[in-house]
Write a protein that binds this ligand. Structure first.
Ligand code: ASP
Length: 320
């Protein structure tokens, strides 16, 4: 197939404080690279940005290490409620589900809602939709997340968030960060799309709404696309994804838009991260937290952000 535009891809598995054992880093890297490889080959074969984003989100949701789909963290009442959204930059269309339970891949519901007149559904409506679509009932609970919750209950829920990735050693030392997932793609036709999926912050109050199914945490136009992770309240207060996208849409370079937006977030003492692409194929990531677990394919090679100095705030892989 003749490529019109060189596809680009960046994915994330959350942001937070540094990964514990080296084993953790290598395992996370392997998991992220396997998904980047599979999704990038779809883009090379002509998949649209939205198709690639949905596939990437499904694969990340299915990886129990990350806090989305299987392996989602538990809320304060011990239940899993997941949120996911998809934004097609070319159509300028956002869709999502908020606090859905007992489905394997929340991003699939977000995909279905792309062509529905009602595009964002909350808990009850999402459950009705899943039933209508005959999505099989699925228990996303993993043993590690259950142990993490039991530990937290013993500690009276003093952690602000659950662990960045589900690792046995993290169960003893929880509050290591988060593990929401996100995918941003530029396809060979020049379209951008972004998707984000989460089990939430972990241990939160029932009914709390995550940024992941709001434009604040997931936004795309034909000029730029962004997926965020970190403390949802901080992402909402910064209105992070649209802020970066609008800056690029208004003519700022992606690198500068990221630098400005993260300098503001830093000043406001936010705890968050984001991955981004622009229509020219520039790839970027940013964080105020210690780490962001991101990996990308720029058409020539794969790279990641797992072992950067913790004070590096923004990175941009520019096209030549
Ligand atoms: N942003 C997500 C939330 O607050 C959590 C995360 O990114 O890990 O629900």
């Amino acid at each position: 197939m003749k490529l019109q535009v060189q596809p680009k891809l960046i994915i994330h598995g959350g942001a937070g404080s540094s990964l514990h054992g080296k084993g953790g880093v290598e395992a996370v890297r392997r998991a992220l690279y396997a998904i980047v490889e599979e999704v990038y080959s779809l883009l090379l074969a002509g998949a649209t940005a939205s198709e690639a984003v949905v596939r990437g989100c499904q694969l990340l949701e299915d990886e129990p290490r990350f806090n989305a789909g299987t392996g989602s963290v538990l809320q304060s009442d011990g239940q899993i409620r997941m949120s996911a959204s998809l934004m097609d930059g070319t159509l300028g269309r956002f869709s999502g589900v908020i606090n859905v339970s007992r489905v394997k891949n929340p991003i699939e519901l977000a995909l279905f809602l792309q062509s529905s007149p009602d595009r964002v559904l909350s808990d009850y409506g999402s459950a009705e939709l899943a039933r209508e679509l005959q999505v099989p009932s699925y228990n996303a609970l993993t043993e590690l997340r259950l142990q993490e919750w039991i530990q937290e209950r013993q500690d009276n829920f003093k952690s602000t968030m659950a662990g960045v990735v589900a690792e046995p050693e993290l169960v003893e030392t929880s509050n290591a960060g988060r593990g929401t997932i996100g995918v941003v793609a530029l396809d060979t036709y020049g379209n951008l799309a972004s998707g984000t999926s989460t089990g939430g912050k972990g241990f939160e109050r029932i009914g709390r709404v995550s940024d992941s199914a709001m434009p604040a945490g997931n936004y795309a136009t034909q000029y730029a696309a962004v997926s965020c992770t970190g403390i949802g309240e901080d992402i909402i207060d910064e209105c992070l994804a649209p802020k970066i996208v609008v800056r690029v849409t208004d003519g700022m370079s992606l690198k500068e838009a990221m630098q400005r937006s993260f300098a503001e977030a830093h000043k406001n003492e936010r705890d968050l991260g984001a991955i981004a692409l622009d229509a020219s194929g520039n790839i970027a990531w940013g964080k105020t937290s210690e780490v962001i677990l991101a990996a990308y394919h720029n058409g020539e090679y794969m790279g990641d952000t797992l072992e950067l100095p913790t004070d590096t705030e923004v990175g941009c892989i520019s096209i030549g």
